[in-house]
Design a protein around this ligand. Structure first.
Ligand code: MG
Length: 193
């Protein structure tokens, strides 16, 4: 019986010993960081008589609508908090800031975000980046995106370049399309040396 061969045209060559030895170091000789990813989602109703706060910015809706909720109802920041908590399997924001707790009535969600960042840091993790997409028909978010990124980055303790905030409409479809609410999806990546 001939020996099994991995010559040209006969399948992939086995990894070289040096490559095996460097596995887990990306060839740099230093250990790869541990990584964790989390995702978050939130939606709040649009109602009259409430402020519209997104990413810590107060916006004007053409019909004077704002987001309903126990806190300031900043759906963007809420989705980010759930992404951070999710990355470490720490549950959701309702566990830390229950909506029936009077302490969080009218709370500034950016301040709550800072507390979530503390939870992450206490466990030895640092934030690599976050990214979010807000689903809203109106108002146009583009003029406010940079201010949102800066405000969020300041509370996260990272550069704005690591904070993605995007906006999309829902093409008139579903509850966000009918402007019954504004939703947000977010992801967060954490690392630990
Ligand atoms: Mg919420």
């Amino acid at each position: 019986m001939p020996e099994p061969s991995n010559g040209p045209g006969e399948g992939p060559a086995p990894p070289a010993a040096a490559a095996v030895a460097s596995a887990g170091t990306a060839g740099t000789g230093s250990p790869l960081p541990q990584l964790r990813i989390g995702n978050g989602y939130d939606i709040h109703r649009l109602v009259p008589g409430r402020a519209l706060i997104l990413g810590g910015q107060r916006l004007d809706h053409p019909e004077g609508l704002g987001l309903d909720g126990h806190s300031d109802a900043d759906v963007l920041v809420h989705a980010l908090m759930d992404a951070l908590l999710g990355a470490l399997s720490l549950g959701d924001i309702g566990r830390y800031f229950p909506p029936d707790d009077p302490r969080w009535k009218g709370a500034d969600s950016l301040a709550l975000l800072e507390r979530v960042v503390e939870l992450v840091q206490q466990r030895g993790w640092t934030l690599v980046n976050v990214d979010a997409v807000v689903v809203a028909e109106r108002p146009k978010l583009r003029p406010h995106i940079e201010a949102m990124r800066a405000a969020i980055a300041a509370r996260l303790g990272i550069e704005a370049e690591r904070v993605g905030v995007k906006a999309t409409t829902n093409e008139g479809l579903g509850p966000t399309g009918r402007e019954e609410g504004i939703a947000c999806h977010a992801v967060a990546l954490l690392q630990r040396p």
